[in-house]
Design a protein around this ligand. Structure first.
Ligand code: AHR
Length: 337
């Protein structure tokens, strides 16, 4: 099982970690115009399996991967899994059959990857995880993760909620509704865990998650589930949404119920996409914990290093910030996604 605690920053030899004979494919010689893809050797072919197009974050991530691959001069084989694990497994098998140099993917769920990753290892094709982690019995099945610390994002959401409550003058008991991301996905599991950790350590007597359900990281899901939340729990004080898109969907249901988002129901969400910032500048979201989707350039660097048989850190973490509502108007024009 992949263990995030083991995802420390100790550098590991890529060839050692994956059991790869990295040099076996290194000097392919002819074919392709390398771009920045490595000292005149043949153009790198990267197979990338994306989760889907469920959110604004995901679209920004896809654009970042595509443009960075172009910039690096790689031959990118891109596949959209439409949020289905079986589609990702088929895509990875197809990349193996095509003998790509490196496989990268953002796993829709954490479990169920061992068999296909063993096939990639047997074919001596290194695998790089981007954005999301997996649980696997054999940690040599992937080289590294390029992505965020979702548990910490959950903790940061709880900490920023303290400020939001203080600013709103809310004292005493807090009834919280949680809109979870895709069930079984790393961000849904870890964000919930990080939030709960702070809640139980610091607000055990006052904060309570009264209702929690997945909205699958989509606007439609957020809207539909929030409408149901309001039926069963009309006196919710706070919405914690695992992403901006679900928060934006939920805002529609809150308004349809005659309540003011950002006032009657305080909202904290994660991502920091432009639409989230627009909602925040309109006073409808109170705070956002950033999760940076612009992973393409880092991913391409890692792919090059891996292809060259170099060492990379086991977890290459993304740098992120938190934003309160009063920062939204100033920050909005400079948001890149
Ligand atoms: O894995 C990152 C998450 O996936 C983002 O927070 C969410 O918007 C996306 O769909």
């Amino acid at each position: 099982m992949l263990n995030r605690r083991n995802f420390l920053t100790a550098a590991v030899g890529v060839a050692a970690a994956t059991g790869l004979a990295a040099c076996a494919k290194d000097d392919g010689g002819s074919g392709g115009t390398g771009g920045s893809s490595g000292g005149g050797s043949k153009k790198i072919t990267l197979g990338f399996s994306q989760v889907g197009s469920e959110s604004g974050w995901r679209s920004a991530n896809t654009d970042s991967v595509k443009s960075a691959a172009k910039e690096a001069g790689y031959n990118l084989k891109f596949s959209d899994a439409q949020q289905k694990q079986e589609n990702q497994i088929s895509a990875i098998r197809s990349f193996i059959a095509q003998k790509v140099d490196v496989i990268a993917f953002s796993p829709v769920k954490v479990t169920g990857w061992d068999a296909v990753l063993q096939e990639a290892k047997a074919a001596k094709i290194p695998v790089v995880l981007t954005d999301r982690s997996v649980e696997t019995k054999d940690e040599s099945l992937f080289v590294t993760l390029v992505g965020s610390d979702f548990t910490d994002e959950g903790r940061r959401a709880a900490k920023i909620l303290e400020k939001v409550l203080e600013k709103a003058g809310h004292k005493g008991k807090v009834k919280i509704a949680q809109l979870e991301g895709t069930t079984g996905s790393a961000p849904a599991i870890e964000r919930a865990k990080g939030f709960k950790e702070v809640m139980e350590a610091e607000h055990k007597d006052d904060w309570k998650i009264v209702v929690t359900q997945t909205g699958d990281f989509t606007r439609a899901g957020g809207k539909q589930v929030m409408a149901a939340f309001l039926q069963s729990n009309p006196d919710i004080d706070v919405l914690f949404a695992h992403n901006d898109d679900m928060a934006i969907g939920a805002i529609q249901s809150i308004e349809a119920a005659g309540k003011k988002p950002g006032k009657d129901i305080l909202i904290v969400s994660i991502d920091g996409v432009k639409d989230g910032f627009v909602a925040m500048s309109e006073g409808k979201i109170n705070a956002i914990v950033e999760c940076n989707p612009l992973l393409g350039p880092q991913l391409m660097e890692v792919v090059q290093t891996v292809k060259d048989g170099g060492s990379v850190e086991r977890w290459i973490k993304t740098k992120e910030s938190d934003f309160m509502q009063d920062q939204a108007k100033d920050a909005l024009p400079t948001r890149k996604y």
